[in-house]
Design a protein around this ligand. Structure first.
Ligand code: HDD
Length: 701
């Protein structure tokens, strides 16, 4: 008999609709599970007719033709034929998790939004994504990452549909199809997949200089995050908050990862795209399964709602501009914890529908022309993707707040609405039909604002500065981060076939930074043009992600290389310390199965054949196998070394490192006699710095 099913914890829609009739059978009752139709322990058709066999079609004799009579064959194949829905036009590749947002309460003076009041806990669903790739593309490509958060608040759903970069390529949403057409694969051959390293992207951004600031972010380490847990998130646009007194302020939303901001290096990202295309998706799910939730703090940069909507000379309606944290502090107002993996990818991660227009009382949008276009696009796109206007009835999209919307009928309507007067005003409303809410009852009333102006297709003059913040970004980077940016531009432009595009882009870079332009030009073998970079920018150290104080290591993976005869007690001791930090230890050996010493054994989790360096944040060689050698191990250790990751060994394990060509005197190589507390403390601190960058550069950046 099939196991009993647990009740789903999917959000409930509180509507006037009666519950769908239960699909239970009398003899084999299975706990009704909302959102799932698996209510019988016996195999049935979609109509509930029990089936004796689903492996053989109904035929006229064992060797004869299939019969039209076979309602099960036709239903099974028809349903299968329609299992796919269109992938998202952008952000098709994604992974998600459930969690909770807990407000600290200090945002109460800025906004009346209930979920930001002290102590409130709100269920959330967060979907991370890349932008350009198809649903099956690799996770670690160089791209912007989506960071979309759905808060199921008591006052309705609030969606904060952000990215891991605080600026955007365009200032007006009317250009969104252009930037996406340029970034997506070429229309003739549909290559390259999921990347910007091609002519059409660089053609567009070199002609369209308002993209320059965002391009700097995309070519920086932010374009290749180590993990979703080590990414910042940004609402990008300026929003307007309204408090209980009706006072307003302008605000930018930030998500600050508790695990710190860390990235891959480019070679790792490329290897991972082949060796483990699901790298980020796996890391997200495995981390949660291992009991290491993802954590972020929500931050607000709160600015006055001034008449000109600028702050310190920065136009707050221009989505290509940041407000440096040094000019306006990010105040932390709550914590997001993601601790539950979805049960079904399609039902939840694929069918979730975000919309920038999903707002709650106390949070409003501004006149940023990029945001204004988004307000149209997100609702519209779901009509095609989710097949009609009733996608809010899908469990993952259902508000937790009570719903009574007078919206009726349409494709895939699953509510059985009551009453005869789904219109207002009416004099025939039966019990259960809605009446408009008062402000005192929590109605969303837009803050009255004067709106006037000539009807024009124009940008404000303040949108004309395309370079100063790109310069600021580069000036705020450490030496190692600058080297990565130079490498990224050189790689991407090196993949362009058209010489005029490369030259034009160098012309753009000349207006950002002379050193950057000269270095990229040298890499491309082209002359560096002259430009006029802003001379007076004040760097913002908050933009750099290189840390000098160790951060937490939860979710990080430490590999231990060992074979028969290794110090198994030492490995077990290390595993306990690693797991106490919320990190993971993986035992890597020449062969699968177990390794043994005397009567003890340990289970092998990866073999030299099935693993690659990208799986580990640090690697250690256990004592006990000094003559261990293998070409794949040499490659693994060599990559770990090149990528500035922590490498270690205890006992005679250092001989394995030396035999693999590792300079054991280099920075970030940690040796010890045994596994003891001082060693693990040193190891975790080194890992908490993410990388030993000074291994490749003489001085610390
Ligand atoms: Fe968008 C999806 C983020 C500009 C039109 N966008 C989408 C997702 C994220 C963003 C994270 C994936 C949501 C999910 O996981 O389902 N988009 C942004 C940010 C932008 C932005 C941070 C600029 C600040 N987007 C933008 C513009 C337009 C769109 C200007 C159109 C005018 N975006 C869409 C879309 C998508 C989408 C076509 C595709 C799938 C979806 O909406 O549900 O409507």
């Amino acid at each position: 008999m099939a196991p009993k099913r647990k009740a789903s914890s999917a959000p409930r829609r509180a509507s006037a609709a009666p519950a769908a009739p239960a699909r239970q059978t009398e003899q084999q009752p299975v706990e009704a599970a909302e959102g799932r139709l698996q209510t019988s322990s016996l195999l049935t058709t979609a109509q509930g007719v029990r089936l004796p066999d689903t492996d053989h079609s109904l035929k006229a004799g064992p060797r004869g033709p299939s019969l039209m009579d076979d309602f099960h064959l036709r239903e099974k194949i028809t349903h299968f034929d329609h299992e796919r829905i269109p992938e998202r036009v952008v952000h098709a590749r994604g992974a998600a998790a459930h969690g909770t947002f807990t407000a600290y309460g200090n945002a109460g003076s800025a906004t009346k939004a209930g979920f930001l009041q002290r102590g409130r806990e709100t269920p959330v669903f967060v979907r991370f994504s890349t932008v350009l790739g198809s649903r099956g593309s690799a996770d670690t490509v160089r791209d912007v990452r989506g960071f979309a958060v759905k808060f199921y608040t008591d006052e309705g759903n609030f969606d904060l549909v952000g990215n891991n970069m605080p600026v955007f390529f365009i200032q007006d949403g009317i250009k969104f199809p252009d930037i996406i057409h340029a970034g997506k694969p070429h229309p003739d051959r549909e290559i390259p997949q999921a990347q910007t390293a091609h002519d059409t992207f660089w053609d567009f951004v070199s002609l369209h200089t308002e993209a320059t600031h965002h391009v700097m972010w995309a070519m920086s380490d932010r374009g290749i995050p180590r993990s979703y847990r080590t990414m910042e998130g940004f609402g990008v646009h300026t929003f307007r908050l309204v408090n209980a007194k009706g006072e307003t302020c302008l605000v930018k939303f930030h998500w600050k990862p508790v695990a710190g901001i860390h990235s891959l290096v480019w070679e790792e990202a490329q290897i991972a795209a082949g060796a483990d295309p699901d790298f980020h998706r796996r890391d997200l799910a495995d981390g949660i399964d291992a009991g290491a939730p993802l954590e972020y703090e929500l931050g607000l940069q709160i600015m006055p709602d001034s008449a000109d909507q600028t702050f310190e000379g920065i136009d707050l309606l221009d989505p290509t501009k940041i407000v440096p944290e040094e000019l306006c502090e990010v105040q932390l107002v709550g914590k997001l914890t993601l601790d539950r993996n979805p049960t079904n990818f399609f039902a939840e991660t694929e069918q979730v529908a975000f919309h920038t227009g999903n707002l709650v009382p106390g949070i409003e949008v501004t006149d940023d022309p990029l945001m204004q276009a988004r307000l149209f696009s997100y609702l519209d796109t779901q009509l095609t993707r989710l097949g009609g206007p009733n996608f809010t009835q899908l469990p993952i999209n259902c508000p937790h707040a009570a719903v009574n919307d007078n919206l009726r009928d349409g494709m895939h309507q699953s509510a059985v609405h009551q009453g005869i007067a789904p219109y207002l005003p009416n004099s025939l409303g039966a019990e259960g039909e809605p009446v408009p809410a008062e402000v005192s009852e929590g109605a969303f009333v837009h803050v009255p604002r004067e709106v006037n102006g000539p009807k024009v297709r124009e940008n404000p003059a303040s949108f004309a500065d395309h370079f100063s913040q790109a310069t600021l970004f580069y000036a705020s980077m450490t030496e190692i981060e600058r080297a990565h940016i130079i490498e990224a531009f050189t790689f991407e432009l090196g993949k362009c076939y058209e010489q005029p595009i490369r030259e034009r882009m160098l012309g753009v870079l000349a207006n950002v930074d002379t050193e950057l332009c000269t270095a990229v030009a040298a890499g491309l073998g082209l002359p560096a043009p002259k430009g006029m970079p802003a001379a007076d920018v004040v760097p913002s150290p908050a933009l750099s992600q290189i840390v000098t104080v160790p951060g937490p290591i939860a979710g990080r993976v430490i590999g231990v290389v060992a074979a028969d005869g290794a110090d198994l007690p030492g490995i077990s001791k290390l595993r306990r310390s690693v797991e106490a930090q919320g990190a993971v230890l993986r035992l890597v050996a020449p062969f699968g199965g177990t390794i043994r010493r005397a009567r003890s054994t340990l289970t092998v989790e990866r073999t030299f054949l099935t693993t690659r360096s990208i799986e580990y944040d640090a690697i250690l060689v256990a004592a006990g196998n000094p003559s261990l050698q293998d070409l794949k191990l040499t490659v693994l250790l060599g990559e770990m070394f090149r990528h500035c990751k922590v490498i270690g060994a205890w006992g005679d394990g250092d001989q394995v490192l030396t035999a693999a060509g590792i300079d054991t005197t280099a920075p970030g190589i940690l040796l010890s006699e045994t596994i003891a507390k001082p060693y693990t403390t040193e190891l975790f601190a080194a890992l908490g710095l993410h990388r030993a960058w000074d291994r490749l550069t003489p001085a610390r950046p």
